[in-house]
Design a protein around this ligand. Structure first.
Ligand code: GAR
Length: 200
């Protein structure tokens, strides 16, 4: 299955997925390309090192968000992409994009949705004083951080844990969970029924 990863930043999830493929933990998966919306994103350096084709799509070249998404969809189609993985891609997909890849876009969020949607979720959860937070992987639909949930894992925040320590633990959990969820998708084990995702 040809996969494209869309990312805007550091790219630690991108790297975890590519390494899982290299270690044969994701049988049948090929990470064909990385698409970024930021020219200077560190994830691009990781892509070079790992030998993954990387395409920068400049948002400034498009008048509308849909214009940008149309260009991305054209690239995905040209490359024969069957599964789209959002890994810290800091743009909201337009309904055009979501329709074109219906039920074939996954996202990871560093909190237990529906809590702490949006950006800086780890920090907001930490500052809110929650005792439990975690990671969510879900299908992407038209609403932000909303689509049917595939997998959630919780972490208890330790007494006197710093934000940096919590971030580190959340990221480690993400790197373990994302390949697992992708593997379930590839094996055809995820069945969507309304808001519910059954693992068969
Ligand atoms: C990850 O923690 C991911 O869950 C988060 O961005 C980070 C990207 O890190 N995504 C969101 O907050 C989406 N709402 P990475 O670039 O090192 O993979």
């Amino acid at each position: 299955m040809n996969i494209a990863i869309l990312a805007s930043g550091r790219g630690s999830n991108f790297e975890a997925i590519v390494r899982a493929v290299k270690r044969k933990k994701l049988k049948g998966a090929k990470v064909k390309l990385l698409i970024t919306d930021r020219k200077d994103a560190y994830v691009r350096i990781r892509a070079k090192k790992l030998g993954v084709k990387d395409i920068f799509v400049d948002p400034k070249k498009f008048k509308t968000r849909e214009g940008f998404d149309r260009e991305v969809v054209n690239i995905l189609n040209r490359e024969g992409i069957e599964l789209v993985i959002l890994a810290g891609f800091m743009r909201i997909l337009t309904p055009y994009f979501v329709k074109k890849f219906k039920n074939r876009i996954l996202n990871i969020h560093p909190a237990l949705l529906p809590a702490f949607k949006g950006t800086d979720a780890i920090e907001r959860a930490y500052n809110y004083g929650v005792k439990v937070t975690g990671v969510t992987i879900h299908f992407v639909d038209e609403k932000v951080d909303y689509g049917p949930i595939i997998m959630q894992k919780a972490l208890e925040i330790k007494e006197r844990e710093s934000l940096e320590e919590l971030e580190e633990r959340i990221h480690r959990l993400e790197h373990k969970m994302y390949p697992e969820a992708i593997s379930l998708f590839i094996k055809g084990k995820l069945k969507i029924r309304g808001r519910h995702v059954k693992i068969i």
